[in-house]
Design a protein around this ligand. Structure first.
Ligand code: GLU
Length: 306
């Protein structure tokens, strides 16, 4: 397959839609991003890279980082993680509180905010508050293998100022005994984690271990076991796009994770990882043009887990 040709065609296809969707405005620092941005990058298992648009421009990863913290939490405490989080799609918005009340403070899955706060809590238990921020940054940098990764302190502060709902979720889970550390500490780490920045190129590179059975194919380093890589992909497929996860599986057919910064990473197991960035969001909080681009990419390449 000629990925240069394919990415060119994808970019042509979405061009008329570029700028559509609504940039996340509940985090003031994200509201300033130009909705006309569009970038996409493919990194294959062999290490070949293909890009289109602004694929080297860093953007706020936001919920895409839930995959990174889940990986770290599973490596920290293993299967016992699943006593504290489910692995079913939620069918609710990313920051919903309703299910938690019915389900005794056990989040539906680790890719909605409640579940991601459990991953973060595991890391606070292990590394401490400041240590956890450092450990997440370091792990992301290792995965990105030299591509720039940083935490934007303005975004983290902005999230803190408006993070009342996340604070409610954290406190609520603490009331059920499912958060082991002070909610303030967990939120501090979570907001910094969400404020991680990478480019499409960096993100696709970083997630390559999930396309290669848990081993980074370029460094040869094992990140997770093969079984764990399969399971993380399964959760991304079923839960990676909030209450639009079914739709993403239907249209794209690849495990993926979106974030309100407008980024999406998708994995073609055994083949490649692909990242796309376009800040305008659908009402469910997923990149509108990013999803269209991945749909076109999947149909042109025939890549799908089905
Ligand atoms: N920092 C965001 C929040 O927790 C992440 C949400 C997202 O990317 O979907 O509100």
């Amino acid at each position: 397959l000629d990925y240069n040709e394919i990415l060119w065609e994808v970019a042509q296809t979405v061009e008329p839609q570029r700028g559509s969707g609504k940039v996340a405005n509940y985090i003031p620092a994200l509201a300033e991003v130009d909705p006309m941005n569009f970038g996409m990058a493919v990194v294959t298992r062999a290490g070949d890279r293909f890009t289109t648009g602004r694929a080297d421009r860093p953007f706020s990863l936001q919920s895409v980082t839930k995959v990174i913290s889940l990986t770290m939490a599973l490596e920290s405490i293993g299967e016992s993680f699943w006593k504290r989080s489910g692995r079913e799609p939620s069918g609710d918005p990313f920051n919903s509180l309703v299910q938690l009340e019915h389900e005794n403070g056990i989040p539906r899955n680790p890719l909605i905010n409640a579940g991601a706060l459990i991953s973060t809590d595991v890391l606070v238990s292990r590394y401490g508050r400041d240590g956890a921020v450092e450990a997440i940054l370091q792990f992301a940098q290792e995965l990105a293998d030299g591509e720039p990764v940083r935490i934007d302190p303005r975004v983290a502060a902005s999230e803190r100022e408006t993070g009342f709902r996340n604070a409610a979720v954290a406190n609520f889970m603490r009331s059920f005994g499912n958060l082991h550390n002070p909610p303030d500490d967990v939120l501090h780490v979570y907001f910094h984690q969400c404020a991680l920045e990478m480019s499409c190129q960096g993100l696709a590179r970083a997630m390559l271990y999930l396309a290669n059975g848990g081993v980074d194919p370029i460094t040869g380093r094992r990140i997770v076991s093969e079984r764990r890589a399969r399971r993380i992909n399964a959760i991304m497929l079923t839960c990676g796009h909030y209450d639009a996860s079914g739709d993403f599986a239907f249209h794209v057919g690849l495990p993926g994770k979106s974030g309100v910064g407008g980024g999406i990473v998708a994995i073609a197991p055994g083949q490649l990882s692909v990242a796309v960035w376009s800040p305008g969001l659908s009402p469910q909080g997923n990149s509108l043009v990013g999803t269209m681009a991945l749909e076109k990419f999947a149909s042109l390449t025939g890549l799908s887990v089905f």
